[in-house]
Design a protein around this ligand. Structure first.
Ligand SMILES: [Zn+2]
Length: 473
């Protein structure tokens, strides 16, 4: 049947229609659609691509390969040729890619191992329960709230039986969330793979043991359950949540990763038009999903790090995403990001570029900017690398992508334990100054490690003692 998605239509109408899901029984089709990797010669090429596509699939100009991927109608390819825009066809038939993915998943002869298929929402929930059953001492299921359509936003806490240092009620927490963007399936599996490997390796790998003895990890695998359901039932490449407008009722969706309050509302990096793929909503935290996750993050006494997993680009992005200006603590963030990237490179030979908006594009109202700006936690977006099939990379990439994520997170955990806060290779008073200064600059109370209401020498002692007995690579 004909749907909005089939538009080989004129520019503005196509952009508007492409993001509105009609209430329909049969899935949205992507016939006569291709994904092109464009190497823009300048701002005019970018503006042209944005005007004809409205659905950028990956990183913007200036990315690692200098390419940006856009979904366009086959009829529009000639326009690129006519304008002399350098491009290559990345995916020559988007609908065929979806069909292949579906056939692959339904193939009765394909392997049925843990990492051989993408889990549905229900399967992910069941998998979390199985982790709790397998590791009752280390894993606890949590519930953060419900989505617009009433689905549970669940997660799990993961730590070792070793108690927190001092009188702290809870270890410093590292949060890893995925699937704010519904179609980014490999982000979900990469996060689950990472959690699974850390649990499996706790007994045998000293670095993992040290990490889980030091930190509690929280995984929120499906931040956007309604959107994820849409990608399984009605539109494989749905990105936003299920925000609905009336009359008549129709799902337009809010981009959850444009709905956080730090940097919210800027037209550079988000849109106030509900037909846009980056529609930010009517206010910061207008959506139940972002509100639920924010409330949970705010309940954590000490958030040490926050990671938001996306696909696809092969990038580790530090704050800020909403402005070109670098944040306080920028050198430390960069150093940690580079350590994460180096770990991935050493283990897989895959390159993850590290940086800020200059290697992607401005994005305002994103989760890591909120986490860094309001809590001071070391915060990154990881854009999983994938050269294979856009948002449908094939189940055979689940394990390799998962391993890349595992290495990046291991690199993060190993480097968070550095007491060498100012990165001069000595742990001394200068670290304290730098430590307090960075957090004060963020207007947070995170320097108060002892929780006595003051940031003072006792915090420094705790800071040094806590980290001194840990060996950093
Ligand atoms: Zn994303």
């Amino acid at each position: 049947m004909t749907t909005f998605r089939e538009c080989s239509c004129v520019v503005a109408g196509c952009v508007a229609a492409a993001s509105v899901v009609a209430q329909q029984p049969s899935p949205t089709r992507y016939d006569e659609q291709v994904v092109v990797s464009v190497t823009p010669r300048g701002i005019a090429d970018i503006a042209f691509m944005e005007s004809i596509s409205g659905d950028r699939w990956t990183c913007g100009p200036g990315g690692p390969a200098g390419e940006a991927d856009y979904r366009i109608g086959t009829g529009q390819v000639r326009e690129l040729q006519n304008r002399g825009i350098p491009f290559r066809i990345f995916i020559d038939d988007v609908q065929a890619l979806i069909d292949r993915e579906r056939a692959d998943m339904n193939d009765p002869f394909r392997p049925r191992g843990l990492w051989d298929s993408f889990p549905t929402y229900a399967a992910t929930s069941a998998y979390v329960d199985s982790l709790v059953a397998t590791y009752p001492e280390m894993v606890t299921r949590i519930s953060l709230g419900t989505s617009l359509q009433g689905r549970e936003i669940f997660g799990f806490r993961m730590t070792s039986p070793v108690p927190p240092i001092g009188n702290a009620a809870r270890k410093p927490v590292v949060v890893i969330q995925s699937l704010q963007h519904a179609r980014e399936w490999i982000g979900l599996t990469s996060a689950l793979y990472t959690a699974t490997q850390l649990l499996a390796n706790y007994q045998t790998d000293p670095a993992v043991r040290q990490a889980l003895d030091t930190y509690e990890m929280v995984f929120i695998p499906i931040v956007n359950p309604d959107g994820y359901e849409i990608t399984w039932t009605s539109d494989r490449y749905w990105r936003k949540n299920a925000h609905t407008i009336t009359p008549p009722p129709r799902i337009v969706g809010v981009d959850l990763n444009r709905n956080w309050s730090v940097g919210w509302g800027l037209n550079s990096g988000s849109s106030n038009s509900y037909s846009s793929e980056t529609y930010r909503g009517t206010a910061a935290f207008s959506e139940p999903e972002t509100k639920a996750v924010r409330n949970y993050l705010q309940s954590i006494p000490k958030l040490a790090a926050f990671i938001d997993v996306h696909t696809y680009a092969g990038l580790i992005l530090r704050p800020w995403a909403y402005q070109w200006q670098t944040p306080p603590g920028y050198p430390g963030l960069t150093r940690v990001g580079q350590a994460m990237s180096a770990k991935v490179k050493a283990g897989t030979n895959v390159t993850y570029a590290v940086g800020g908006p200059e290697i992607l594009y401005l994005a305002s109202g994103v989760a890591p900017d909120w986490a860094y700006g309001t809590t001071g936690a070391v915060s990154f977006t990881i854009e999983m690398h994938n050269d294979y099939g856009g948002f449908s990379p094939g189940p055979e990439t689940i394990a390799p992508s998962g391993y890349e994520c595992q290495l990046a997170i291991t690199g993060l955990l190993q480097n968070l334990c550095r007491a060498d806060f100012n990165l001069d290779n000595v742990v001394d008073d200068a670290d304290f100054t730098s430590f307090v200064g960075a957090y004060n600059a963020l207007l947070s109370n995170a320097g108060d490690l002892t929780g006595d209401g003051m940031t003072d020498d006792s915090d420094f002692s705790l800071f040094v003692n806590a980290y001194d007995r840990r060996t950093c690579p």
